[in-house]
Every structure is written in structure tokens, then in C-alpha cells.
Design a protein around this ligand. Structure first.
Ligand code: NAD
Length: 360
């Protein structure tokens, strides 16, 4: 397994391979960049087929967090961790406490949160051993309800703000009344997005592989149900991917009738070049890691005292960031994803790595 010459290495500051024979923990913590602050990123638990697969995933994800936090205006860098194991079989309190010990050894350079395969409960176990965990504090949401951890309501709100900005910019829409939106995936984020859009007067076309969610949207939001693979070709103004990655690819892009893509899913472009393809087809793409940053903004605020109005305002800044990206992409005749990457790099690559940060 190569490390420094790894295809995804991309100037990572630190990669820690963690092994605790007593609990059986095998994990990797990757810190991509701490120029703007400590690296925050979730702890994923997954039964990776090989150690190489785990390394590939953690490097790719941690780099992505650097870009996301930089454009979300957070004083944070990018990192991620993966525990190699089956979340349905291999969890134990000892495993998560051992993981927390390794996080402690990094002295606050890496802060963990929930991710695929881990839960708020797992993170609470880690929090008994380390302070460097977020996404577990009880806090009030926008409706005044107390909740713990779950960042998806703020993610959904951020996507709604970003979708509205995209429609204003590209479709000259002052409001969303009658806007036609196709939503792929009605999970934690997608369903809440659908609720916001319905309330704003948008007309919805929805799909999910779980029929109960689709039926609920039909009943509650007057949505039109479509089969999963038919969602791409609906005659709509906006396509909102809120389920899977890599859904914008050579097969799907020619099918799209939407003029705007604005959704929550991570890694929507199968390849960065698909951003150019969208531009070529006259479709405005709201870069995924910019529009779906509401969740990281939400958990990051836990570190400084959670005030839901402040968080809401911060999340609303996603609209301004997107506007800047769209305007710059137009003036530079470039894809929105390449402009977003450039803007993020301008923020976190402004100075060389400061060694004292690693020691703090
Ligand atoms: P979720 O698991 O709650 O919802 C995903 C939904 O997509 C599920 O209802 C699932 O049945 C559906 N789905 C899966 N495959 C599908 C298919 N082929 N066609 C249609 N529907 C399908 O996840 P979520 O928390 O709502 O997140 C949605 C996306 O947003 C994910 O890509 C996630 O990585 C990303 N995201 C989420 C957050 C967050 O705060 N939850 C933050 C940033 C990014």
C-alpha cells in the first residue's frame, strides 16, 4: 500500500493508523489540512473489503471536508476517520473508547462527528474519553424542539436556501410559486426539503426506493410520484439529488430537462468533468459540498455555544457563497464546481502549514 504517492494523498498533513488489539479496533484518521482550524469530519464505520479501500475512502473524504469547511466560512480544516468493521456486528463500548483515545493523541487537531455506520450513541461513548467530538449536544431546532445531534434539518434548510438562490440567479425567480422540482430521495434531508418547497408553493415530482416515503409526500405535499429511474427525465425546472452520489454522469446528463441542479447528495458528479458537461448543456449546477454545508455549520456551532438564530443566519450565507460562485463561473466561462474548488483553495492554501498548529 503506497501512502505518500497515493493517488488521493494530496498533501495530507497527517494520517494515523490506529490499532488496539484488546478491543479489536482498526481505524485510520486522516487530517488533510488545518490551515483554517482543527480538522472536523465524521467517523465512518464500514466493513471495507481491504485496507486499501479504507485508506482510499478516508483520504478522499477528509480532503472533501477541507473544501466544504473553507467555503462554509468555518474556522475549521478537513479530516475524517474510518473504523474498519461491520457496524451491525463489531460495535462495542471498548472499541469506541479506544478510538477516542487515538483522537486524544492528536491533541485537538481532529474533531469527530457522526457518519455512515456510527450513531449519536456511539459518539456519546467516545465523548466519555475525548472532548473532541461534536454532534451530540441537545439543542433547539428552528421550530424550538429540543434535538440531539442530527444535523439534517439544517442541511435541508441550507439546500432550500441554495436552491432558491439558484432559481433566482438562473431562472429569474423572485419566489418559488409554481416552480417545478424533482426530488430524488425522501430521507432525512430530502423530505424536509420537500416540505420547505411545498410551503413556498413549488410543485413536486418525487421518487424513493422506499414507497412509504413517496406515499407520505403524495398525501402531505401533493407530490407526484415517479419511478426511481424516471426522475432524471421529468419536465421540471430543478433537479434535487438527495439520495446517492455519482448520479450526474454520461448516462443521466443527456436525460435531464431541468435547468438547475440543487440537492443535498454528496459527490453528485461522477467525475469533475461532468461539471463541464452540465455547463455545456446549459444547466446550472450548485456544487454539492457548498449547498449541503448546513449540517457541518450546525455541528461546528456546538463548539462555541449553540444559538439557533446564529446558526440559521450562518446557513443562509450558503446563498451568498453560491451567488459568488455562479457569477465567477460565468465571467470565467468555467464550471461551477471548478470555481468552487478554486475559491476554497484560495482560502485554505493562503499560507504554508504552520507547525505550531499541530502542536496546539
Ligand atoms: P437518508 O439515508 O436519510 O435518505 C436517503 C434516501 O434516499 C432514503 O430515503 C433512500 O431510500 C433513498 N434512496 C436510496 N437510493 C435511492 C434511489 N436509487 N432512488 C431514489 N431514492 C433512493 O440520507 P440523508 O441524511 O437524507 O442524506 C441524503 C444525501 O445527502 C446523502 O447523499 C448524504 O450523504 C447527503 N448529506 C446529508 C447530510 C445530512 O445532514 N444528513 C449532510 C450533507 C450531505
Amino acid at each position: 500500500m503506497s501512502i505518500f504517492s497515493h493517488h488521493e494523498y494530496d498533501q495530507h498533513e497527517n494520517v494515523l493508523f490506529c490499532h488496539d488489539p484488546i478491543s479489536g479496533l482498526k481505524a485510520i484518521i486522516a487530517i488533510h489540512n488545518t490551515e483554517l482550524g482543527p480538522a472536523l469530519g465524521g467517523c465512518r464505520m464500514w466493513p471495507y473489503a481491504t485496507d486499501d479501500d479504507a485508506l482510499y475512502d478516508v483520504l478522499r473524504l477528509s480532503r472533501g471536508m477541507t473544501y466544504k469547511s473553507a467555503l462554509a466560512g468555518l474556522p475549521l480544516g478537513g479530516g475524517k476517520s474510518v473504523i474498519i468493521g461491520d457496524p451491525h456486528q463489531d460495535k462495542s463500548p471498548e472499541l469506541f473508547m479506544a478510538m477516542a483515545e487515538f483522537i486524544n493523541r492528536l491533541g485537538g487537531c481532529y474533531i469527530s462527528a457522526e457518519d455512515a455506520g456510527t450513531s449519536v450513541e456511539d459518539l456519546k461513548i467516545m465523548a466519555q474519553t475525548t472532548n473532541h467530538v461534536v454532534g451530540i449536544a441537545p439543542k433547539k431546532d428552528l421550530q424550538g424542539n429540543i434535538k440531539s445531534g442530527d444535523p439534517s434539518p439544517m442541511t435541508a434548510y441550507g439546500v432550500y436556501v441554495g436552491l432558491s438562490t439558484s432559481a433566482r440567479y438562473y431562472l429569474d425567480r423572485s419566489d418559488l410559486e409554481g416552480l417545478r422540482v424533482a426530488i430524488q430521495g425522501l430521507g432525512h434531508v430530502g423530505y424536509r426539503l420537500a416540505e420547505y418547497l411545498h410551503k413556498a408553493g413549488a410543485k413536486l415530482w418525487v421518487t424513493d426506493i422506499q414507497s412509504e416515503q413517496v406515499e407520505r409526500a403524495q398525501d402531505e405535499l401533493n407530490a407526484i410520484a415517479v419511478e426511481p429511474d424516471a426522475i432524471y427525465s421529468q419536465t421540471v425546472d430543478v433537479f434535487a439529488p438527495c439520495a446517492l452520489g455519482a448520479v450526474l454522469n454520461d448516462r443521466t446528463i443527456p436525460l435531464l430537462k431541468a435547468s438547475v441542479i440543487a440537492g443535498a447528495a454528496n459527490n453528485q458528479l461522477q467525475d469533475e468533468l461532468h461539471g463541464d458537461k452540465l455547463r455545456h448543456h446549459g444547466i446550472l449546477y450548485a456544487p454539492d459540498y457548498v449547498i449541503n454545508a448546513g449540517g457541518i455549520i450546525d455541528v461546528a456551532h456546538e463548539r462555541t455555544g449553540y444559538d439557533h438564530l446564529q446558526v440559521k443566519q450562518h446557513v443562509e450565507g450558503i446563498g451568498d457563497t453560491l451567488l459568488e460562485i455562479f457569477q465567477r463561473a460565468d465571467s470565467e466561462q468555467a464550471s461551477t464546481n471548478s470555481v468552487a474548488n478554486q475559491m476554497a483553495e484560495e482560502r485554505f492554501r493562503s499560507c504554508p502549514i504552520k507547525p505550531q498548529k499541530l502542536a496546539s
